[in-house]
Ligand binder design. Structure first.
Ligand code: SF4
Ligand code: SF4
Length: 370
């Protein structure tokens, strides 16, 4: 384990930019910590922390000098690796001939700074959907550099410890930092991370610094905002698809789609065709979609999931149960964003716990989809 002082951290940011990466990191905008292009450590949220709960989020000044003393805001790397809108191809008609051109592959190379362990795991979850068949995603993903930050400040809605995805970065990073007073401990996770670290003028971390770094994530584990009992979640949800709790949550759910937009693993998308007014050019665009919208389940006879109940049940059951059948991993990394950014404060951990309490008391009926 190495130690990098604050100046060394500044050199890390400068070196990433010098190597041609677009550096994406946390910064304060519109009252939230978002991910955006940053121009060095000066743009990071120094001395800022956030307080969040179901349907609630606000920033506060801490009066100290820490750069990473907060839990994530609504953004995740998803917005960059799988953009909300992306042109897939254009078709042009010229003198009676139709030419179709796939969109050129993206040239941008991102360096993500400050991703938490839950979000590094979320990227690996999205890989299972996009990395095989989507060359633009694959290129962005493979050419990006990942600087993780071990979490010492879990949010009020976080439950990564329950999902086994944090708070300590275990995989998916080139470099993992832990913020201590006056600098960072640094661990390389890849050969390119090691190579970059060798240029930064770090020193070997002392035993006390290594112990302090371990204490940061141990403390985060204890202060985790939420817990979730994960034992046999697929069985629990499949057994209880007629549970009355689905009606209760549906009476609150606005089907606004917020939870799916902020979720770092949700991958559903739609493909939309547009055409120029003179009819000579058409554009095919991919856009984020949500299983909470009515048209999402539109089939020949009409919309399959007509009720909020069926849509909420589908989303939660997919996240915590059928995702495992499909991809061999949970669709939830315990980031808590869907709880914080739900306008009515619906909490997945509370909904699952309520179903577990009365597990077995509700008879399983034949599948009802609407
Ligand atoms: S659960 Fe909350 S965020 Fe999700 S669709 Fe319903 S109201 Fe919106
Ligand atoms: S379901 Fe909620 S807690 Fe789980 S990864 Fe998505 S936004 Fe985060």
């Amino acid at each position: 384990m190495r130690f990098l002082d604050e100046e060394g951290f500044g050199r890390l940011m400068a070196l990433l930019a010098a190597r041609g990466y677009v550096v994406i990191g946390p910064t304060v905008r519109d009252g939230a910590i978002v991910l955006d292009r940053i121009d060095g450590a000066k743009d990071l949220p120094r001395g800022i922390r956030e307080a969040q709960g179901p349907g609630a989020y606000r920033l506060e000044a801490t009066g100290d000098h820490q750069l990473f003393a907060w839990s994530h805001g609504p953004d995740s790397a998803k917005r960059f690796l799988f953009p909300p809108r992306e042109v897939l191809s254009t078709a042009t008609r010229l003198e009676g001939e139709l030419r179709v051109d796939p969109a050129p592959l993206p040239e941008v190379r991102y360096a993500f700074v400050g991703l938490r362990s839950c979000d590094l795991h979320a990227i690996e979850v999205q890989d299972r959907v996009f990395a095989i068949a989507d060359p633009a995603y694959r290129k962005r993903r493979e050419e990006s550099f990942y600087v993780g930050v071990n979490c010492g400040h879990p949010g009020g809605t976080c439950f990564c410890d329950s999902m086994g995805t944090g708070p300590r970065c275990a995989a998916g990073f080139d470099l993992a930092l832990t913020e201590l007073g006056g600098g960072f401990t640094v661990e390389p996770g890849t050969a390119r991370g090691e190579e970059l670290l060798s240029e930064l003028g770090s020193r070997e971390a002392t035993g006390a610094e290594a112990a302090a770094a371990a204490a940061v994530t141990d403390g985060a584990r204890e202060r985790m905002g939420r817990r979730l009992e994960t034992d046999d979640l697929p069985g629990l949800l499949y057994r209880n698809r007629e549970h009355p709790r689905w009606d209760q949550v549906a009476s609150r759910c606005l089907t606004c789609t917020n939870c799916t937009m902020v979720c770092p693993t949700c991958f559903c998308n739609d493909v939309v065709d547009g055409i120029s007014l003179d009819g000579t050019e058409a554009t095919r665009t991919r856009e984020w979609a949500s299983c909470f919208s009515e048209e999402f389940s539109h089939m020949a006879p009409g919309d399959v999931r007509k009720s909020a109940r069926s849509r909420y049940r589908q989303w939660l059951t997919h996240k915590f149960a059928s995702w495992i059948d499909q991809f061999g991993t949970s669709g939830c990394v315990g980031c808590g964003r869907c709880i914080t950014w739900c306008p009515v404060g619906i909490d997945v951990t509370e909904e699952i716990a309520a179903i577990r309490v009365t597990d077995g008391e509700v008879a399983v009926a034949e599948e009802v989809v609407a």
